[in-house]
Design a protein around this ligand. Structure first.
Ligand SMILES: [Zn+2]
Ligand SMILES: [Zn+2]
Length: 230
């Protein structure tokens, strides 16, 4: 019998209510209903139109973080997130990324494939640096995209310039450093194209917005983001 990829409980053939309501074809789920219930799906609840976070009481639209980003990075960018970065997602990421359980990509790769198979945009994963590749052995983002047609266009700059000390606070300094560069031979893939950037987690938005900025400068018509979690 197949086991839940997360808790190892035997998987019964469960038909989910959502599948009955949406009349979607039955999908062999990689995780059990219990583990699945602990992820908070952001698809059916109000979220920030800028970053995809769950809308909470009193939150502006877009949220304050996104308003700030619009001032410092005045280009069109919005992110859609599939799940909230709650405890269950944090546990998943810890196991997947930091413990390096590569098979855990399968918890979401099927769903991401179904979501993106009709996406007309050029799909660009956020890359990981050489150090991460050496220690982790894989890029967690391209793992999630294993069934999707994506284009490797970005790479992490080999030598990060030392952060210049200044009066600015740490976060402001970090935001000034562009961590990525284009793979020059792939540049033609983005000129006049709509791009969907994919990352695992949207935390401060710094990573994905740096990547978006670079793609706009290289001639992309539009850049949007999709992250597994926010
Ligand atoms: Zn489970
Ligand atoms: Zn936001």
């Amino acid at each position: 019998m197949k086991e839940c990829l997360m808790c190892k409980a035997p998987l019964r053939n469960e038909i989910r209510l959502s599948e009955i309501i949406r009349a979607t074809p039955l999908i062999n789920d990689p995780i059990c209903q219990g583990c699945s219930n602990d992820f908070l799906d952001l698809a059916d609840i109000p979220t920030c139109l800028g970053c995809g976070r769950k809308q909470t009481e009193g939150m502006s639209q877009p949220c304050r973080d996104c308003s700030r980003w619009q001032q410092s990075y005045p280009f069109n960018f919005s992110n859609c997130a599939l799940y909230e970065y709650n405890q269950q997602m944090k546990d998943f990421m810890k196991q997947y990324k930091f413990n390096g359980d590569y098979y855990l990509r399968k918890v979401f790769s099927g769903q991401i494939h179904r979501q993106l198979k009709k996406c007309p945009d050029v799909i660009v994963p956020i890359p990981v640096g050489t150090d991460t590749m050496l220690t982790r052995g894989f890029n967690q983002v391209t793992g999630l995209l294993e069934l999707v047609n994506y284009s490797n266009i970005l790479k992490v700059k080999a030598k990060r310039k030392a952060v210049r000390q200044s009066e600015k606070n740490r976060r402001q300094r970090i935001e000034l450093i562009q961590p990525f560069e284009l793979i020059q031979s792939q540049k033609y893939l983005i000129e006049n194209q709509s791009i969907l950037l994919v990352d695992d987690v949207y935390t401060t938005g710094t990573t994905i917005r740096h990547a978006a900025s670079l793609l706009y400068h290289a001639g992309a018509t539009s850049v949007r983001g999709l992250t597994l979690a926010r």
